[in-house]
Design a protein around this ligand. Structure first.
Ligand code: URP
Ligand code: ZN
Ligand code: ZN
Ligand code: ZN
Length: 467
């Protein structure tokens, strides 16, 4: 039938091992795994000989149609998820961020509305929390119990940052809800002071950005929130760990018993930040994000080793794209350059190139850090993040030897440049199956706008705190 598909002769890679099996898919679900599966006539079959079959990528860090720093991201829910599928990512978890005077429930409804009719793959949401009061407290509970939200992001930098007292209280609440706290860890007070000083000295270009927020400013915040996390017994997920010092600090806190997870980004693994200070405004502003891509050229290898060792668990994209014109808002004042970079389409290829092709990661490690670990951490496993009977049929038939050169000329994003421009990557998706439908077919993209479904992320068993 039209709703069935057979994939033959591939090497199936899961985070916990490799097997040689055929995969039979029906109505969007993996129905059977086995050797030489016999299926009725008239069913499409794909020969995956010589290819790896991977669980579709799970990117738990995207900002689509996001209003930020006086403008709105170039990638909307259509272009963002189209780019995702083209690169082998079949699930995203996006950040909802309410407007001033909007309740969290209103924000949730408005984001569902924005995404509906545009998304090309399944999507879930995290909610950003920028304050603390009874209304927010009650709405967080409703989001968990009724709307499939199990993760909340708090900022320690930017004007809307929370102080330690607020973080402590919110983490207690999140712990009681059985949810997960996500933290943007940078010391906002120090950044503001440094920014003022640099601008006064006449350092107004994009090079001022990293100078205002060096590694220890990131690492200090990581340490502080890990301490709070441990005091209140609330698990924490540090988003976008960008530096060696922050990653090491996180690992040290884990050793001391903090329940913390770490996410790094394709940008941090793929780009050698030592070149950034020498670039012109357009290129330096194009790569500008927070925390910054670090100038230390040993950073990407260090972070990749940490992924291998399990000191970091996830690679996200933090896709938050602004066009060249939008980046110019910050011409003459680096603190006004809209922060954010692309990565939704290229995350899988960049991690394969820098991780697997170099021999640091095995294919199973690759699946763990691009799909399975995020699915587990955000509680959508084994529906997502693995190839097993009963799981959603989100798969990538991956050609490890074919290469492509990343370019804005060919990418599916709406944004008008690509931070990985010119990078040659081994590892190309030949087929991408989204909910049982072939959406990349021998390299050709064939998506249906609006076909993605909202994915509820259930809370974990509520944690009962005992003194
Ligand atoms: O620079 C960044 N990371 N922009 C997106 C917003 C955030 O902090 O994740
Ligand atoms: Zn952030
Ligand atoms: Zn240039
Ligand atoms: Zn982000």
């Amino acid at each position: 039938s039209q709703n069935s598909l057979l994939i033959r002769n591939g090497t199936i890679v899961n985070a916990d091992g490799i097997s040689e099996n055929d995969i039979f898919i029906e109505n969007g679900i993996i129905k059977e795994l086995g050797k030489n599966l016999s299926v009725p006539n008239g069913i499409r079959s794909i020969d995956a000989k010589g290819f790896f079959i991977l669980p579709g990528g799970v990117d738990p860090h995207t900002h689509l149609e996001f209003e930020f720093m006086g403008t709105v991201t170039a990638d909307d829910f259509y272009h963002g998820t189209k780019a995702a599928v083209a690169g082998g990512t079949t699930t995203i978890i996006d950040f909802m961020d309410g407007k001033e005077n909007e309740t969290l429930i209103d924000a949730y409804n408005s984001y569902r509305e924005k995404a509906e009719g545009k998304v090309c793959c399944d999507y879930g949401f995290h909610m950003v929390i920028k304050g603390w009061n009874e209304r927010i407290k009650a709405d967080m509970e409703t989001l968990c119990s009724e709307h499939g939200i199990n993760s909340f992001k708090m900022f320690m930098a930017y004007s809307f940052r929370l102080n330690d007292s607020q973080l402590y209280s919110i983490l207690e609440h999140i712990r009681n809800l059985g949810a997960l706290a996500q933290i943007h860890a940078e010391n906002g007070t120090i950044i503001d002071k440094n920014t003022e000083r640099l601008l006064e000295k006449g350092i107004t270009g994009p090079e001022g950005h990293e100078l205002s927020r060096p590694e220890e400013v990131e690492a200090e915040a990581v340490n502080r929130v890990c301490v709070i996390s441990k005091q209140v017994s609330c698990p924490v997920y540090i988003v976008h760990v960008m530096s060696k010092l922050a990653a090491q600090t996180l690992a040290d806190c884990r050793k001391r018993g903090a329940q913390v997870f770490g996410e790094t980004l394709a940008s941090a693994l793929g780009l050698d930040g030592s070149q950034l200070p020498h670039k012109c405004f357009e290129e330096a502003a194009g790569c500008l994000m927070s925390p910054p891509i670090r100038p230390d050229p040993t950073t990407p290898r260090f972070l990749m080793d940490f992924l291998k060792q399990g000191n970091l668990q996830v690679v996200g994209s933090d896709n938050c794209t602004f066009n060249k014109e939008q980046k110019k808002i910050g011409m003459g004042d680096f603190s006004k350059i809209p922060n954010g970079i692309n990565g939704l389409q290229d995350r899988m290829s960049v991690v394969w190139e820098k991780g697997v092709h170099t021999g640091i990661l095995s294919p199973t490690d690759f699946v763990a850090v691009t799909s399975t670990n995020a699915a587990k951490i955000f509680n959508i496993y084994p529906r997502k993040g693995c190839i097993a009977v009963g799981s959603d049929a989100d798969l990538v038939v991956w050609n490890p030897t074919k290469t492509r050169v990343i370019s804005a000329k060919t990418h599916q994003h709406a944004v008008d440049f690509n931070i990985f421009e010119g990078m040659e990557c081994h590892g190309v998706p030949e087929y991408v199956i989204v909910n049982g439908r072939v959406c990349v077919d021998q390299g050709q993209l064939n998506i249906i706008k609006g076909s993605g479904r909202y994915l509820e992320c259930p809370v974990f068993c509520p944690y009962v705190y005992k003194q």
